[in-house]
Ligand binder design. Structure first.
Ligand code: 5AD
Ligand code: SF4
Length: 491
């Protein structure tokens, strides 16, 4: 059996693509291994959003090139954003690379490998599937599928944030049929998944291409003061209707998350979906990028600080206790000390419980290249440090405030010290001890300790562990079915 490994760089979307690459390869008889040294095929799934992507790729390919000298049959493929963006040029520069695979071409992997085997020049397959967009199903696999899963609802991006390479590497927005999404979630839940995160670059701009969803409650309404443009019903996203359909059709799904929403699609209708759907987690990761209107304008984010904040506040009013995390770029071209102070002020107003901060870096093919990258690197780093200091404090204070509360934790896996690790509804990591196996269950944990990034607690005494079968069952078919709901006594 030939062996493969996928090395993933970058975001959840890339991790999701890597999982699909793995599925396609296992489908044609490949076996997964951890180490490139044990593999016949290594796929580097690249990301170019921020890092010095080309340098990183070069050093990885260089290292694999040495391996290839010892093992001439080794096939090296490059997938993801770098392949999409600069496949041709990179293949010329790095002759060790055997093929290039764009994010929309994963299903073509078997034919690409066949070409490589025949000794063809490195195939470069990086065509966007604009006519008939394809979404590879996340397959439930025994032994692989855990309690949490990602499901893609859309790909590409029609926004034009001036710093961002994604519209270039992932192409225009294409949406998946709602029926396909619902079927995939149902299958995953039947296989034991309890939490699904819907994925998309601007996930909440979703519309069903088959038009099956209809308008959700509150569609077309706006109750915002600062948002002057009322949303025309025919332009409004159908994401809230999708969320409602998922919760109605798959009631055994215990938790539903999504990432990443664009603030301008955090509509009234989406706020009402949060209010009405208990499975929808009380946490939203909503990138703000800057707290200065001047910078937001130059970034072409298409909202103002007040619009962002009023949406946060409107959601907080309908869903008490909801928390927010965010992404911020510091040192965007032209960002003054005053602009940065406005970002600190915004962080102080919203008090994010999760924070991802980045120093601006120029990306190929982005509109911001026309602006001078004029904030010195040392100043960018100093600003980043300053905002981390503030948001670290906010997070620690938030975690501290949870001491003594009881959180419903969806248990994901065993932790290092033999205890269990899971996440609360608001995405806090919680560790606790338990005598039985509670993976995949929603359990009440009383929080006793707050650390920098996580919590520790004890199972509520009221929690009754589901009884295990008294004797080992005779045959696998006699195994008790995975419970669809956790057994909670008195919680
Ligand atoms: N420089 C710095 N950070 C960037 N991001 C995207 N492009 C850039 C860039 N050119 C950040 C944004 C985005 C996150 C995924 O990466 O904050 O939300
Ligand atoms: Fe990039 Fe903006 Fe699209 Fe997000 S919304 S992927 S930051 S262009």
């Amino acid at each position: 059996m030939p062996a493969y490994t996928v090395v993933t760089f970058g975001c959840q979307m890339n991790q999701h693509d890597s999982d699909r690459i793995g599925e396609v390869l296992r489908g044609i008889g490949y076996l997964e291994v951890k180490e490139p040294a044990d593999a016949d095929l290594v796929v580097l799934n690249t990301c170019s959003i921020r890092e010095k992507a080309e340098q990183k790729l070069r050093s990885e390919v260089g290292r694999l090139g040495m391996l290839k000298r010892l093992k001439p049959g080794l096939v090296i493929g490059v997938a993801g954003c770098m392949a999409q963006q600069e496949g041709e040029r990179l293949a010329k520069r790095m002759p060790q690379i055997d093929f290039m695979l764009g994010p929309d071409n994963i299903a073509e992997l078997p034919s690409i490998l066949a070409e490589v085997e025949l000794g063809a020049p490195p195939p470069i397959r990086t065509v966007f599937d604009l006519e008939r967009p394809q979404f590879l199903n996340a397959e439930a696999e025994p032994g692989r599928t855990g309690p949490t899963a990602f499901v893609t609802v859309m790909k590409g991006c029609d926004e034009r944030c001036t710093y961002c390479v994604v519209p270039h590497t992932r192409g225009p927005e294409r949406y998946r049929n709602a029926r396909e999404i619902l079927d995939e979630i149902r299958r995953l839940v039947e296989a034991g998944v309890r939490e699904v995160t819907l994925l998309g670059q601007t996930v909440n701009s979703y519309r069903d291409p088959a038009g099956s969803l209809g308008a959700a409650i509150g569609a077309g309404e706006t109750h915002f003061k600062h948002t002057l443009r009322a949303v025309a019903l025919e332009d409004e996203s159908e994401f809230p209707a999708l969320l409602r359909a998922i919760c109605a059709e798959v009631p055994d799904l215990l938790r539903l998350r999504y990432t990443s929403p664009h603030p301008r699609h955090l509509t009234w209708s989406l706020i009402l979906a949060h209010r009405d759907l208990p499975a929808l987690a009380r946490h939203v990761h909503m990138p703000v990028q800057s707290g200065s209107d001047r910078v937001l304008k130059r970034m072409l984010r298409r909202y103002s600080v007040e619009e962002y904040v009023e949406r946060v506040e409107a959601l907080r009013a309908e869903v008490p206790g909801v928390t927010f995390s965010t992404d911020v770029i510091v040192g965007f071209p032209g960002e003054t000390a005053e602009d940065f102070a406005a970002t600190l002020a915004l962080a102080e107003r919203v008090r994010f419980t999760g924070f991802f901060g980045f120093t601006y870096s120029e990306r190929p093919n982005t509109p911001a290249l026309k602006l001078a990258d004029d904030v010195p690197e040392a100043e960018k780093s100093a600003r980043l440090e300053q905002i981390f200091e503030l948001t670290d404090r906010h997070r620690r204070e938030h975690l501290e405030s949870l001491r003594g509360t009881t959180e419903l934790v969806l248990v994901e896996r065993r932790g290092k010290a033999g205890d269990f690790m899971g996440r609360s509804e608001r995405n806090e990591i919680v560790h606790f001890a338990c005598a039985g196996d509670v993976i995949g269950q929603l359990v009440p944990v009383r929080i006793t300790e707050a650390y920098n990034n996580s919590l520790r607690g004890e199972l509520e005494p009221s929690f009754v562990l589901a009884p295990r079968p008294a004797r080992a069952p005779a045959a696998p078919s006699a195994l008790p079915k995975r419970r669809t709901l956790p057994v909670l006594a008195g919680a």
